[in-house]
Design a protein around this ligand. Structure first.
Ligand SMILES: C[S@@+](CC[C@H](N)C(=O)[O-])C[C@H]1O[C@@H](n2cnc3c(N)ncnc32)[C@H](O)[C@@H]1O
Length: 216
């Protein structure tokens, strides 16, 4: 059945330079998403990133001299290897090669980052379950940020249904579900968040995106 586990094949095999080029095509290498939410990240002592990829968000936080302890969760063996090597001399960065669907987290965090369409890697049924897990990792004043494309603003993917999108690649297909604002509000309520707000923005390559901020 399509879902997060089958989408892992792409991340486990895509060459790093191809992944980086997709990041550039999306306009994410310019960090516009992170700049928009930076004011919320500044006071954070512990930040968790779900699916850290090759470290784009970690690089932003380190370059901006954020003092937060960063927990970078990454399921892909090849990307985890890249991250472990890249940040081995940074005591504030803890790279954890694990799956967000099953990982246990001991110390709660101030912020969870789930950016660059990370949520779309999970099937419709999986998304609310993972969101609930992420809620449980947050401190009482915690915030979760998730970034998704706006409908009909796709770079390298095509629709297979109103909200079902498939990205066909030589490294395997990514089958995704694009939640609507109402879906996210429902997930948030189910997970125990009390407030949802959204920032609509354009990346440097003119992609229309939305960052949702979920507060407890
Ligand atoms: C679109 S990339 C986002 C990379 C990075 N967060 C960024 O903003 O540049 C999604 C990442 O999530 C990872 N991922 C997908 N499913 C995951 C899971 N179940 N647990 C942990 N990481 C996962 C993928 O391997 C990939 O590195």
């Amino acid at each position: 059945m399509p879902g997060n586990d089958s989408n892992k094949i792409f991340y486990n095999t895509v060459p790093l330079e191809v992944f980086q080029s997709l990041t550039q095509q999306g306009g994410f290498d310019q960090f516009v998403d992170l700049e928009l939410i930076e004011k919320y990240l500044l006071p954070s002592a512990r930040v968790m990133e779900v699916g850290a990829g090759f470290g784009r968000c970690i690089d932003f936080l380190l370059n901006r001299k954020h003092q937060a302890k960063i927990l970078a969760i990454e399921q892909s063996p090849q990307l985890s290897k890249v991250l472990l090597e890249k940040y081995k001399d940074y005591p504030n960065v803890q790279v954890i090669h694990d799956d967000i669907k099953t990982i246990e987290v001991e110390d709660k965090v101030d912020v969870v980052l789930w950016l660059f369409s990370g949520m779309l890697d999970f099937a419709k049924e999986e998304q609310p379950v993972v969101l609930k897990r992420l809620r449980s990792f947050l401190k009482n004043e915690g915030k979760l940020f998730l970034d998704i494309p706006q409908l009909a603003e796709l770079t390298v993917a095509k629709y297979t249904g109103a909200q079902d999108i498939v990205m066909e690649t030589p490294y395997g297909n990514i089958t995704t579900f694009l939640p609507s604002f109402a879906d996210i509000e429902n997930y948030a309520t189910q997970a125990g968040f009390s407030k949802v707000s959204v920032i609509h923005y354009l990346t440097k390559t003119e992609k229309k995106r939305s960052i949702y901020m979920l507060e407890i």
